[in-house]
Design a protein around this ligand. Sequence first.
Ligand SMILES: Cc1cc2nc3c(=O)[nH]c(=O)nc-3n(C[C@H](O)[C@H](O)[C@H](O)COP(=O)(O)OP(=O)(O)OC[C@H]3O[C@@H](n4cnc5c(N)ncnc54)[C@H](O)[C@@H]3O)c2cc1C
Length: 361
Amino acid sequence: MNNHLQFDYIIIGQGLAGSLLAWQLLQLRQRILVIDSTEKNTASRIAAGIINPVTGLKLAKMALAESYLSEANSLYSTLENYFATTFFQSRNMLRIFKSIDEKQLFESRLKDPAFRPFLKTVHPAHHFSCLSDDFGSGSQLCTGYVNSPLLLDKMIEFLKENNAYLTKSVERSTIKQNSNGVMIDHYSAKTVIFCEGYQASTNPWFKWLPFAPVKGEILNASIRTPLSNHIINSGNWLLPTLNTDTHTQFRFGATYEREKLSTLPTRQGQETLVKAIRCIIRDGSNAKIKIRAHLAGIRPCTRDRMPFIGLHPQNPKLAIFNGFGSKGALLIPYYASLFARHLVFAESIPKNCHINRYWDE
Ligand SMILES: Cc1cc2nc3c(=O)[nH]c(=O)nc-3n(C[C@H](O)[C@H](O)[C@H](O)COP(=O)(O)OP(=O)(O)OC[C@H]3O[C@@H](n4cnc5c(N)ncnc54)[C@H](O)[C@@H]3O)c2cc1C
């Protein structure tokens, strides 16, 4: 008697990548099973989920900004309707200038039609009474944040209802392969898709890919000052979660650590973040900052800052969907749709995100 449960795809990892890819494959009527080890400090569980298509000191617009935003808006609103829950909050961003040069760059971008949908007003110095904005600030549009922990919890319920979820830490050496596909315990599928976040760097079939994981630490904190309701960006970001006349609760992050990779918060990380909070708030050196939580996780970054997507070049029973770095909330909806269409309809994957760009026989 054959008591194997047969699927089209087994997805290992239920972070934002595994969850949104699972959703897209289900929309295309594929039979899927998602397996996750339910670790606490995964990138998707601790991330602020901020979406911002114009970033960095050079105020660069991402190459596919409009497409990423359109796919993200569409997918998050579909999920919001389906689950009757809000996941995405649109929130303008306030970029605090650290120099006259930064202000002038923003002003020149404002005149560029390509940036018109993304940048709005330049505010003079001291426009915001609560902020330390000596060189002024600029408003950014098309920004906001995704509540990914809530989305993941809703997705678990949904997958369980569809007999498509299993809690388990998959030992890679137990994945069996035969002419029909792969087997994990008594679950079989034609392809297993690894969505393991930073842990993919030790995956024996994909460790040839140049992963460049980066640890990040975040604080949940509050101060007895009303702040602006914007997401505040000053190199670090401050995301107000509750703003009253007397105090503000917020999330603040994040550190970048490439050497000492762990999901444990550190005293040094906390000190760095508290110092940075004080720099953003007017008269911040005296501010009483109450720390409510201190979290750490590891971003699945890649050397060329592009995702790792595709079937293994020599073994199409194995696939990977990973490498969304520090921009998963914006990028994953677009690439989940693209990869699902590749798997089901054989639509092509662009070279710059296909894993084949690193395959050297
Ligand atoms: C501090 C910090 C701040 C961030 N801020 C932002 C932000 O503001 N905006 C933004 O867009 N992005 C942000 N990110 C990045 C974002 O979190 C990631 O891009 C995204 O969450 C990656 O999702 P993922 O599913 O690839 O990985 P993960 O979230 O790491 O998920 C991987 C999953 O795979 C599971 N898994 C791994 N191996 C196995 C196995 N063998 N068996 C079973 N399960 C397994 C893990 O338990 C986990 O659930 C931040 C990240 C960090 C760390």
